[in-house]
Write a protein that binds this ligand. Structure first.
Ligand SMILES: Nc1nc2c(ncn2[C@@H]2O[C@H](COP(=O)(O)OP(=O)(O)OP(=O)(O)O)[C@@H](O)[C@H]2O)c(=O)[nH]1
Ligand SMILES: [Mg+2]
Length: 308
C-alpha cells in the first residue's frame, strides 16, 4: 500500500479545544491549554504517524481579526496555516454554533480564505461530551444545513471520543507521498520553546482578567550541561525565563506579596517542564516591564514571529 503524508491545520474560534485535540492526538502536551480564549499564540506542530500514514497537525490561534500588533500577527499565523496545509480541520463547540448563522465578521474573513485555497475542509463538532446524543444529531444537521465543511465528525478531544473516526476521515483526503519526518518524531518546536509556553500557560491559570494577555515569556538560558551528568543525582536542566509585562503596574501583581505569585508560577511551571524533559529542572524567573510590547515590531520578532 502506498504511503500518505500531509499537513492538517487545526482551526476554529478561541476555546474550541484545538490545542486539547492536538495533545490528545499526539498523546503528549505540546500545546498549552487553558479555560480562557486566545491561549495559543503560535502555530504548533504535532506529528502523528501510524502504519502508512503521517499527519502533521498544526495547532493555530483562535480566529481573530485585527489591523495591527500581536493580534494581527495571530490572524496572519492562522492564514499561513490555511495556505500551507493539505487539509483544513475546523473545530466547532456546541455553544458557538449560532455564530455561523450570523454574518460574523471574523468568521467571514476566514471563510473567505478557506474558500480561496480550495482544500478539503472537515468540521469536527468538539465537546460532544457536554451535550446529549439528541443535541449532537441536531447540531450536526444544523451544520449540514449551513454547508460548512464537506465532512462533519462529532468528537470529544478531552475524552478521546471518536478521534479514530476523525483520523480515518482525514486520511481519505491526504495526498500520497513519502513521510517527511522520522516516524518516532512528534514535535518540531524545540524543548526550549515548549518550556517557554509552559511558563506562559501558568499565567492563564494564576492571573486574573486581562493580565495574561499583557504578558509575554522568553527563555534567556537553557543550560543542559548537567542533563546527562554521570552522577544521576546531579542531572538537571537550568532554565532562566523572563516574563515581560506591558505596563509598570503589572509588575507588583506578577511578583505578588513577598514574591508569592512569581514563586507559584515558577513552581507549577517547573513541574510541567520536568514532565516534558523527563529530568529535574531549576527554573529562575524575573519580570521586566516592556511598555506596549505587543505593538513593538522588534520585540515581536524576538518572540519568534517571522513577518512583523
Ligand atoms: N468538556 C470538554 N472540554 C473541552 C474539550 N476540548 C477542550 N475542552 C476544554 O476547553 C477549554 C479550551 O481548550 P483549548 O484546547 O485551550 O482551546 P483552544 O481552541 O486551543 O483555545 P485557543 O488557543 O484560546 O484558541 C479547556 O478548558 C479545555 O479543557 C472537550 O472535548 N470536552
Ligand atoms: Mg489553543
Amino acid at each position: 500500500m502506498s504511503k500518505r503524508c500531509g499537513f492538517v491545520a487545526i482551526t476554529g474560534f478561541p476555546n474550541a479545544g484545538k490545542s486539547t485535540l492536538l495533545n490528545t492526538l499526539i498523546r503528549q502536551k505540546l500545546s498549552i491549554v487553558s479555560p480562557r480564549p486566545q491561549t495559543t499564540r503560535y502555530r504548533i506542530e504535532g506529528i502523528y504517524t501510524t502504519g502508512n500514514t503521517q499527519i502533521i497537525f498544526v495547532d493555530t490561534p483562535g480566529f481573530i481579526k485585527a489591523e495591527e500588533g500581536l493580534n494581527h500577527i495571530l490572524q496572519s499565523e492562522i492564514i499561513e496555516a490555511i495556505k500551507n496545509c493539505d487539509v483544513i480541520l475546523m473545530l466547532v463547540e456546541p455553544k458557538n454554533i449560532s455564530i455561523f448563522d450570523q454574518k460574523d465578521e471574523t468568521f467571514e474573513l476566514f471563510r473567505k480564505k478557506i474558500e480561496e485555497v480550495r482544500k478539503p475542509f472537515i468540521v469536527a463538532l468538539n465537546k460532544s461530551d457536554t451535550i446529549s446524543n439528541d443535541e449532537v444529531s441536531n447540531l450536526l444537521n444544523r451544520l449540514q444545513e449551513l454547508k460548512i465543511g464537506s465532512e462533519i465528525v462529532p468528537v470529544s478531544a478531552l475524552n478521546n471520543t471518536n478521534i479514530d473516526r476523525l483520523i480515518s476521515t482525514i486520511e481519505r483526503y491526504l495526498p500520497e507521498g513519502e513521510f517527511l519526518y522520522d516516524p518516532d518524531q512528534i514535535a518540531i518546536k524545540s524543548e526550549r520553546f515548549l518550556a517557554q509556553e509552559l511558563i506562559r500557560e501558568q499565567l492563564f491559570y494564576l492571573l486574573k482578567k486581562e493580565i495574561p494577555y499583557e504578558c509575554a515569556v522568553t527563555i534567556e538560558e537553557f543550560d543542559e550541561s548537567d542533563r546527562e551528568n554521570e552522577d544521576e543525582m546531579k542531572r538537571i536542566v537550568r532554565i532562566s525565563g523572563v516574563i515581560y509585562v506591558a505596563r509598570e503596574s503589572l509588575k507588583p501583581i506578577i511578583i505578588g506579596k513577598g514574591g508569592d505569585m512569581i514563586k507559584k508560577i515558577g513552581t507549577f511551571a517547573r513541574r510541567e517542564i520536568e514532565e516534558l524533559l523527563g529530568c529535574k529542572v531549576f527554573l529562575g524567573l524575573r519580570v521586566i516591564v516592556k511598555k506596549n510590547w505587543n505593538r513593538d515590531r522588534f520585540f515581536l520578532s524576538d518572540l519568534g514571529y517571522e513577518k512583523v
